[in-house]
Write a protein that binds this ligand. Structure first.
Ligand SMILES: CC(C)(COP(=O)(O)OP(=O)(O)OC[C@H]1O[C@@H](n2cnc3c(N)ncnc32)[C@H](O)[C@@H]1OP(=O)(O)O)[C@@H](O)C(=O)NCCC(=O)NCCS
Length: 154
């Protein structure tokens, strides 16, 4: 059975191992695709980040990471992922539904996310949950420390 729960510090290694290999999280060749381990650990302990994991037989089969800025009552969903062999079984829907429930309990009034233009499964997931498609933007970024630079680009 799959359960959805909040991530704990014990999950950092596994979350990082899974997340760094997800090509849909990559935004360009110079920036790392996923959060550094120490950033993930801080995120788990912080009030402004929500990380939920889907767990099956003690293994993480999916996760969702979102920020919540209470001053703006706004959330941004940063990453959602389900392991390929467990897709199309409703785990992505369950992660998103749980996240929206947690955000509502925090007083969140607006939630947005960015998905790659060719990520059809992600677009379908968000559409089913009632998200409306908006403007198409160009991603611009700038690492302010070495920890967000890809080693191959430095
Ligand atoms: C996007 C993603 C998280 C979806 O996860 P998922 O667990 O497969 O999502 P769901 O199972 O809830 O829904 C996927 C499909 O399965 C269908 N489905 C859900 N439950 C089902 C079930 N019990 N039996 C059969 N099909 C089912 C859904 O209707 C949906 O179909 P559709 O895409 O044709 O509309 C996953 O594809 C993924 O990890 N992609 C790579 C990462 C990514 O792109 N992330 C977004 C950018 S950050």
């Amino acid at each position: 059975m799959v359960t959805v729960r909040e991530a704990s510090l014990d999950d950092v290694e596994n979350l990082h191992k899974i997340g760094e290999g997800v090509h849909e999280f990559s935004v360009n060749d110079g920036t790392i695709a996923f959060w550094p381990k120490d950033t993930l650990a801080e995120a788990i302990s912080s009030d402004d980040v929500i990380i939920l994991v889907a767990e099956e037989q003690s293994s993480i089969v999916g996760f969702v990471i979102a920020t919540y800025v209470s001053g703006l009552r706004k959330s941004t969903i940063e990453n959602i992922f389900v392991t390929p062999e467990r897709r199309e079984a409703g785990i992505g829907d369950a992660l998103l539904k749980n996240l929206l429930d947690v955000l509502a309990s925090h007083g969140c009034q607006y939630v947005a996310t960015l998905v790659p233009q060719n990520a059809a499964a992600a677009a379908g997931l968000y559409k089913r949950a009632g998200f409306a498609r908006g403007e198409t933007f160009v991603w611009l970024d700038k690492p302010l420390s070495g920890s967000f630079k890809r080693l191959s680009a430095s």
